[in-house]
Design a binder for this molecule. Structure first.
Ligand code: ATP
Ligand code: MG
Length: 630
C-alpha cells in the first residue's frame, strides 16, 4: 500500500465515521489558520492605510480607519481561537471513535484468520499491530494530521495573499520555496523509508521480548540469560539504528531549511528597499512595473509573509517524518486488515432434529440434543443426515509447505463409536491428521467425509462444533475453572459441568481447590499443575458433548496413578463416540478398535492390537520395546 493510498483511506475512514463533525473541523481549521496568517495583512493595512497617510495628513484623519482595522483584527483573532478550540475537541473525539473501530476490526480480523497465519508469525509481532501501530495512528489522527492540515492551509493562505500583493515578489519567494521543497523531498523521502523500517524492527523486538517472557523457565534452566541478553541487544540495536537513521535526516534538514529561510528574508528586504527607493525617487523607474506598485506596507508585510512561509515549510518538513511514521503504522494496520480471511464455502449446516420412528428426520428449532446435517442441493431440495460421527479419510495427501509432503495417501475409516488410535514417531504426522479433520488446513489430494458428506461442503463452525478436541498443548484461559470447562457450551448447566468434570476425573482435584469450580485461573492456568490443566481440558471436551472426539496425547504429562484415573475417565468419555486418540504410551491405545501405525506421513501398519502383535511388525517392536523400557 502506498503512502498516498494509506492517507486517502485514512481520511476517507475519518469522514465516513462522522461526516458532519469532520466538516465542522474543516471549517474551524480554515478560520484558525486564516486568523494566524492575517497578522501580515493587518501589518500592511496599518502601514499603508494608517501610518503612511498619517505622516502627511496627521493622525486625526486616519483614526476611524485605524479603529476599523483594529476591530477586524480582534474579531478575526477571536474567531481563530474559538476555531482552534473546536477542532481540537472534535478531533480528539473522532480519533477515539475511529481507533475504537479499528481495534475492533483488527480483532475481528484476527479471529477470522486461518491457523496457518499464526503458525508462521511470532505473537509479539502480531501484538505490535495493536500496540505500536495503533498508537502511532492515534497520535497521527489527534495531533499530526491536524497540525499538518493546519500548516498546509496556512501556507495556501500565505501564498494567496502574497500573490494578491505582488506577483513579482512572490516569484522571488517561489525560487526560495522551490529550493526548500527540493531539499525536503530529497531528505524527507529517505527519512520516511527509515520510519517504516523502524516500525518493523520494533515489532521484532517486542516479539523477542514476548518469546523470552514465555520461555523464562527454559532460559533459566539452560542458563541462557547472557545469550538472551545479547540477542536482545542485537534486536534493540537494530531498532536503535533504524530510528537513528530516521531521525538523522530530520536533524540535518532543519538547519538547512532555517538558513535558506534567513537568506530569503535578507534578500527580500534588500530587494524591497530597492523597489521602494526607485519608486519614490524620481529617476524614471517609478511608472514601470514592479516599481510602480512598490509600497512600504506591502514590502514590510511581505517580509512577515516570507517568515511565515519559511516557518510553515519548516513545520511541514518537521511533521513529514511523523506523518511518514504514522502512515507506515497505518499501512501496516490496513495491510493486516486486508489479509485473506479463512475461506469457508461450506453450506451444509448442523441443526437440531427429531428422529421419527419410521427413520425420517425433521428439523426443529427446539433444543433436542439430537443433531442432523442439513444438506441443500442445487435442485432446491434439502436432505437431512443424522449426525453419527462417521469419519472417513480417503487417499489424503497434504503438505504445509509446497514441496515437502507431510501426509501421503492416508486412508482411515472410523465408524461411529469406534476408537482409532494413531501411533508413530514424533513428526510422523499424527497431529496433522487432526488439523485436517477440523479443517485448520485444507487437504490437497483425496477426500475426507463426515457422515458421508465431503467436509469441504460443511460450514467450518458447524464442523468444528461437532468435534471435541483435547489439543496437544493444553490451553486454558483466564477465568474460573467452571468457565473453562463450559467454554465450548456456555449454556451447559451446573450439573453438566460437574458431570463433565467427573467424566474427566477432574472433579476430585477441583473440589480441593481453594474455591472449587470458582477458582480463578491465571492466563493459561499457570497456577495449576500440568496434569491438572490437562484434566480440565479433557473436562472441557467432555462438556462439549460431541459425537466425535480428538485426543492428542492427552495423558502424556500425568503420573501413572493419575493416568489410570484419566484412562478410566477417558474410557467413559469415549463411550458411544468416535474417537481419534494419539498417544505415545501404548497402554492407552491397546483397547482401540483400530490402530494406525504411522511413519513419515504414511500408514505402514493397521489393525487391532492383537492382530498387529501377531504381525510382528513395527507395532510389535514398539510395543515390546516399550514394555522392556517400562
Ligand atoms: N504449521 C506447520 N508448518 C509447517 N510444517 C509443519 C507445521 N506443523 C507441523 N509441521 C511438520 O509436519 C510434520 C508432522 O508434524 P505433526 O505435528 O503432525 O507430527 P506428530 O506426529 O503430531 O508429532 P508428535 O508426536 O511430536 O506430536 C513434521 O515434520 C513437522 O515439522
Ligand atoms: Mg503431535
Amino acid at each position: 500500500m502506498t503512502k498516498k493510498e494509506t492517507l486517502m483511506r485514512l481520511i476517507k475512514g475519518l469522514f465516513a465515521s462522522n461526516k458532519k463533525a469532520m466538516i465542522i473541523v474543516l471549517i474551524s481549521l480554515i478560520f484558525s489558520s486564516a486568523g494566524i496568517m492575517s497578522i501580515s495583512v493587518f501589518i500592511q493595512l496599518i502601514i499603508d492605510e494608517a501610518i503612511m497617510p498619517a505622516l502627511t495628513q496627521g493622525w486625526s484623519t486616519v483614526s476611524s480607519t485605524l479603529f476599523t482595522i483594529l476591530t477586524f483584527m480582534i474579531i478575526l483573532y477571536s474567531v481563530s481561537v474559538i476555531g482552534t478550540l473546536i477542532y481540537t475537541q472534535i478531533m480528539a473525539k473522532i480519533g477515539q471513535h475511529y481507533l475504537d473501530d479499528i481495534r475492533k476490526e483488527m480483532f475481528e480480523k484476527m479471529e477470522s484468520l486461518p491457523i496457518g497465519y499464526f503458525d508462521q508469525r511470532s505473537h509479539g509481532d502480531i501484538m505490535s499491530y495493536y500496540t505500536n501501530d495503533v498508537d502511532t495512528l492515534r497520535q497521527f489522527i489527534t495531533q499530526s494530521l491536524i497540525q499538518f492540515a493546519m500548516t498546509l492551509l496556512t501556507l495556501v493562505f500565505v501564498i494567496a495573499v502574497m500573490l494578491y500583493y505582488s506577483f513579482f515578489l512572490t516569484l522571488f519567494v517561489a525560487i526560495g520555496a522551490f529550493t526548500m521543497f527540493k531539499v525536503t523531498a530529497h531528505i524527507g523521502g529517505k527519512s520516511s523509508a527509515s520510519f517504516k523500517d523502524q516500525q518493523y524492527s520494533i515489532g521484532r523486538l517486542e516479539g523477542y521480548v514476548e518469546e523470552m517472557m514465555y520461555g523464562q523457565r527454559v532460559v533459566k534452566s539452560f542458563v541462557r540469560e547472557e545469550h538472551a541478553k545479547k540477542d536482545f541487544d542485537k534486536e534493540n540495536e537494530n531498532w536503535f539504528e533504524d530510528s537513528k537513521r530516521a531521525r538523522h535526516y530530520g536533524n540535518i534538514l532543519m538547519p538547512i531549511l532555517h538558513n535558506i529561510g534567513n537568506l530569503m528574508y535578507v534578500l527580500l528586504a534588500v530587494l524591497g528597499s530597492v523597489l521602494i527607493y526607485f519608486s519614490v525617487t524620481n529617476v524614471g523607474f517609478s511608472g514601470i512595473y514592479p516599481f510602480s506598485i512598490a509600497r512600504v506596507g506591502i514590502v514590510v508585510s511581505f517580509l512577515s509573509l516570507s517568515r511565515q512561509f519559511s516557518q510553515n515549510i519548516r513545520m511541514i518538513s518537521q511533521q513529514a517524518p511523523m506523518v511518514g511514521m504514522a502512515l507506515g503504522g497505518a499501512s501496516r494496520v490496513f495491510e493486516f486488515l486486508a489479509l485473506e480471511e479463512e475461506q469457508d464455502t461450506g453450506y451444509v449446516k448442523l441443526v437440531n432434529c427429531i428422529e421419527h420412528d419410521d427413520g425420517t428426520i425433521e428439523e426443529t428449532d427446539k433444543v433436542t440434543n439430537e443433531w442432523a446435517w442439513r444438506h441443500p442441493h442445487s435442485d432446491g431440495s434439502v436432505t437431512y443426515t443424522k449426525l453419527k460421527g462417521d469419519i472417513v479419510l480417503e487417499n489424503v495427501d497434504f503438505e504445509y509447505v509446497e514441496g515437502t509432503p507431510v501426509l501421503k495417501d492416508i486412508s482411515i475409516y472410523a465408524r461411529p463409536g469406534e476408537t482409532i488410535a494413531l501411533v508413530g514417531e514424533t513428526g510422523a504426522g499424527k497431529t496433522t491428521i487432526t488439523n485436517l479433520i477440523n479443517r485448520f488446513y485444507e487437504i490437497h489430494e483425496g477426500k475426507i467425509r463426515y457422515d458421508g458428506i465431503n467436509i469441504k461442503k460443511i460450514r467450518k463452525p458447524d464442523l468444528r462444533r461437532s468435534l471435541g478436541i483435547v489439543l496437544q498443548d493444553t490451553n486454558l484461559f483466564s477465568g474460573t475453572v467452571r468457565d473453562n470447562i463450559r467454554y465450548a457450551r456456555m449454556e451447559a448447566s451446573e450439573e453438566e459441568v460437574i458431570e463433565a468434570a467427573k467424566t474427566a476425573n477432574a472433579y476430585d482435584f477441583i473440589k480441593h481447590l481453594p474455591k472449587g469450580f470458582d477458582t480463578e485461573l491465571s492466563a493459561n492456568g499457570e497456577n495449576l499443575s500440568q496434569g491438572q490443566r490437562q484434566l480440565i481440558s479433557i473436562a472441557r471436551a467432555a462438556c462439549a458433548n460431541t459425537p466425535v472426539l480428538i485426543l492428542d496425547e492427552a495423558t502424556s504429562s500425568i503420573d501413572t496413578r493419575t493416568e489410570a484415573l484419566v484412562q478410566k475417565g477417558m474410557n467413559q468419555l469415549m463411550e458411544g463416540r468416535t474417537v481419534f486418540v494419539i498417544a505415545h504410551r501404548l497402554s492407552t491405545v491397546r483397547n482401540s478398535d483400530a490402530i494406525m501405525v504411522m511413519d513419515h506421513g504414511e500408514i505402514i501398519e493397521r489393525g487391532d492390537h492383537d492382530s498387529l502383535i501377531e504381525q510382528k511388525g513395527i507395532y510389535y517392536q514398539l510395543y515390546t520395546g516399550a514394555l522392556e523400557m517400562e
